[in-house]
Ligand binder design. Sequence first.
Ligand code: NAD
Ligand code: UDP
Length: 315
Amino acid sequence: MRILLTGVAGFLGSHLAERLLREGHQVVGVDNFASGQRQNVAYLSGFPGFSFVEADAAKPLAVEGPLDWVMHFASPASPPRYLKLPIETLLVNAEGTRHLLELAQAKGARFFLASTSEVYGDPLVHPQPESYWGNVNPIGPRSIYDESKRYAEALTLAYHRSRGIPVRIIRIFNTYGPRMDPLDGRVVTNFITQALKGEPLTIYGEGRQTRSFQYVDDLIEGIRRLMEVDYPEPVNLGNPEEYTMLELAQLVLELTGSRSTLVHVPLPQDDPKQRRPDITLAQRLLGWQPRVPVREGLARTIAYFREVLGSPALG
Ligand code: NAD
Ligand code: UDP
């Protein structure tokens, strides 16, 4: 297959591209490095099936040749990063999704949208099934991300329903692993880098809010399975293993052997209090479920960060 993949320099895009390339497919990667890493593109360039276009995915792309899939993963994804790029985040998820759906139609390709568990906002239903409509503040600071992803889902299904384009939509729950940018500001990267440097781990608020953490390989397997199944509506992909941020901090301290302390800093506005995927649909539809327990996935991620940060084993 020949696949256009936006966000290829990012954490998830680079893993997905690698998987597709290893299977022998061709990947045309697109990125503007708004939050991605050039070293990911350099790494992927070692595969003969890879080509790269540096471009803003919010704008129309001229792509030569046939395409089997258009996969849209470009968007800043960590809260500090999308809060710094509010208009760009809205545009890549709104205008970008529209242009890429048009491209898919023009090429007779299928379209794949990376959406997010943030469409559930600060959820009042727990765990969250796909049928839950969510609890999103439409004008709060996080709305640039949440609402643009909700719009992207609506647009994707509108193109499917009115123009018959085959589509897939995934709602990704907090995913972590090697190749995350140590500076991206998400909780897993913050805690690991802080622990390895012996700095205090920053707990936002009381640290009793929860998240459920999925190892990247599990997500990529779910994506590949969904590409093989004809199902246009959103599918949750996440690991239901749920932790408070205090529990996660303790686990990172244990696995790194760090003697860092914890420091409480103010909780960002509208920070969801709880999040855990109901994965019944993915289990039934794809025969999929996460295989990598959080403890094991974190250990692999810590090993990666030790290498990247040049940090010796602690403890
Ligand atoms: P990331 O920041 O590592 O990667 C995103 C990539 O998109 C970066 O390389 C960035 O430079 C690129 N990008 C951003 N705006 C662009 C634009 N206008 N034009 C071209 N490229 C652009 O984030 P990630 O974790 O890899 O997330 C990838 C996708 O998955 C995003 O759409 C995100 O919303 C979604 N997602 C991720 C998670 C997660 O836990 N990692 C959870 C939910 C949803
Ligand atoms: N968080 C934290 N310390 C940090 C970074 C984040 O306690 O250094 C909290 C944050 O308030 C949120 C959770 O960790 O409750 C997950 O944050 P992240 O930015 O990783 O992703 P989110 O799920 O909020 O998009």
